[in-house]
Design a protein around this ligand. Sequence first.
Ligand SMILES: [Zn+2]
Length: 241
Amino acid sequence: MRKVMILSGAGLSAESGIRTFRDHDGLWEEYDVMKVCSAEGWEADRDLVTEFYNARRKDLADKEPNAAHRMLARLEAEYPGQILHLTQNVDDLLERAGCRELIHLHGTLTDLRCEECGAVFPVGYRSQSLEERCPECHSERVRHNVVMFGEPAPAYRHIYEAVAQSGLFVAIGTSGQVIDVVPLAREFERSILVNPKRERHITSFGDHEEYIDEAFTHFIQKKAGEASEELYGMIQGYLEG
Ligand SMILES: [Zn+2]
C-alpha cells in the first residue's frame, strides 16, 4: 500500500490569517521572538511568554480552515492509513477541517501541559489563568503546550518513521528553516514542494547558494490554498498509480 508523507508549515495557515514571525504584519514588531519562543526567554519571564500564547489562542479563535486544510482532510478520509501528515503548525485548523491522524511536531496551542507530570489537557481558545491547575496531579506548574527553541521535540521521531514508510514526500508552506526539508526530499524518488516563493537553503555553513525547491522533483510555486486541487490530483495519482 502506497503511503505519502506530508510536512506542513506556516504557509498552510497563512491564507487563514494566522500571523507568523516571518510575516511583515506585526509579530516581529510586537514581540522579540527569542524572548517569547525560546527556553531562555521562558526562564527569564514566564508571564510575558504566557501572555504571548494567550494572545495567539485568542487570535486563533475566529480563524477558519482554508481550501488546503480541507483538501488534506479529504485525502485523509479517502485514503485511510496512507497519509502520514506531520505539521509544524500549532493551530487547530487541520483538525477543524476534519483531520484526525495528525502529528503536531511543535505542540498545540489549544492545550496546556503540566510540568510536573506531563499531562496535556485542553484549554481551547481562552487565556491561561493564574489559578490554572493540572487536572491529573493538581500542580500549579502549568504551561503552554508549544515546543520552544532550545527545547527537545520528542515528536520528531515520527519524521524518521514516516520517511521509512512513504514513497512520496510533500512539503507545504515551509521555508525549511526550522526543519531542513532538503535532506528529507533527497531521501525520496518523488517529492513535491508547495510554496508561493522560492526559499534559499540556509546551511550550517551560511551557504545561501541553493534554493530548497531544487531538492524536490516537483515545485508548485503557489500559495497552499491556490495549489490545493493541483496537489490533490498529484497525490491521488501517486496513491492510485
Ligand atoms: Zn500534572
